[in-house]
Design a protein around this ligand. Structure first.
Ligand code: SAM
Ligand code: DTB
Ligand code: SF4
Length: 316
């Protein structure tokens, strides 16, 4: 598939103009773009497993796993290899093609890193694509992950650079950009997106998408999460965004990054089937599939199968 005609020079005003188009025009344009690059009736399935839970030093305002907030999460150390492999096998049997493993760390420590490398090797042997999200990485760590065959690294920008200090004070936007650059230079595919519903403005959403689209190479996967409002976190009572704004965000991401998988990520458990269908129409072509995200609930497998059957969507 030719990627040479992908743009990396999006101006903020152009993106805001896309957001402000009439809804039908925007969704029609996004669906047209989607069809140029993808089968519009296929959705990719990624299953998540939290391999290290809670007790994270960072203060990301949305996160159930920060040690700074009083949430109901019971911290758990890094999982044993066998437990991860059992879960990966189950995900594969249920139809997932990618297995994404998350750890609540600012960055991985050396003592855990060798175990992480063994986990990647074992999950790859099952014939699944592997994805890890472990926090900040230096170049050497990224290279070590690549050497054992890691396919994707997830590291979200979460919001605009301008709004980031409202969300986290313990690391910077630049820290996250440096990690993304390290992952890219190790030749690992990039999974990078953000969260909607943290009190950010439309301009912040546009700036986030601008940043992603103007990276030297578009992320191969772009997760768009709707905030899951976790009790005990500073964002527990954030207002729920207008459903149509989620669809607009997906549509703009699809237009800006036509060759990327746009993943309708966290928040599906609170979305109607009709809203999810609109997101697929706007160009979302991947989901997190499995009854749990990291610490919160996702739709049941039965519910997702029924939805895809009703929509005539084939899963890959
Ligand atoms: N600690 C690592 C990091 O911060 O990159 C990896 C795990 S972190 C939980 C992965 C991503 O999950 C975050 O960057 C955020 O985008 C998403 N996330 C976490 N909690 C969320 C929530 N309550 N609602 C929506 N997305 C959330
Ligand atoms: C991403 O963008 N969303 C996933 C994954 N990458 C790691 C995480 C969503 C977490 C939702 C809240 C929770 O379950 O704790
Ligand atoms: Fe820690 Fe990641 Fe949660 Fe931030 S998002 S508190 S870094 S687990």
């Amino acid at each position: 598939m030719p990627t040479t005609n992908l743009r990396h020079d999006w101006q903020l005003e152009e993106i805001i103009e896309l957001f402000k188009q009439p809804f039908n025009d925007l969704v029609f344009k996004a669906q047209g773009t989607h069809r140029e690059y993808f089968n519009a009736n296929q959705v990719q399935l990624s299953t998540l497993l939290n391999i290290k839970t809670g007790a994270c030093s960072e203060d990301c305002a949305y996160c159930s796993q920060s040690t700074r907030f009083n949430t109901s999460i019971e911290p758990q150390p890094l999982m044993e290899l066998e437990t991860v492999v059992t879960a990966a096998n189950e995900a594969k049997a249920n139809g997932a093609t990618r297995f994404c493993m998350g750890a609540a760390w600012r960055s991985p420590k050396q003592k855990d890193f060798n175990k992480i490398l063994e986990i990647i090797k074992a999950v790859k042997l099952l014939g699944l694509e592997t994805c890890m999200t472990l926090g900040l990485l230096d170049m050497e760590q990224a290279q070590q992950l690549k050497d054992v065959g890691l396919d994707y690294y997830n590291h979200n920008l979460d919001t605009s650079a301008a709004y980031y200090s409202h969300i986290t004070s313990t690391h910077s936007y630049q820290d996250r950009l440096d990690t993304l650059a390290n992952v890219r230079s190790a030749n690992i595919k990039v999974c990078c997106g953000g969260i909607i519903g943290m009190g950010e403005s439309l301009e912040d959403q546009a700036m986030l998408l601008q940043h992603l689209a103007n990276l030297p190479q578009h992320p191969e996967s772009v997760p768009i999460n709707q905030l899951v409002r976790v009790s005990g976190t500073p964002l527990a009572k954030a207002p729920i965004p207008d459903s149509f704004d989620i669809v607009r965000c997906i549509a703009v991401a699809r237009i800006l990054m036509p060759f990327s998988h746009i993943r309708l990520s966290a928040g599906r458990a609170e979305m109607s089937d009709e809203l999810q269908a609109l997101c697929f129409l706007a160009g979302a072509n991947s989901i997190f599939y499995g009854e749990k995200l990291l610490t919160t609930d996702n739709p049941t497998l039965d519910h997702d199968h029924q939805l895809f059957n009703r929509l005539g969507i084939q899963t890959i």
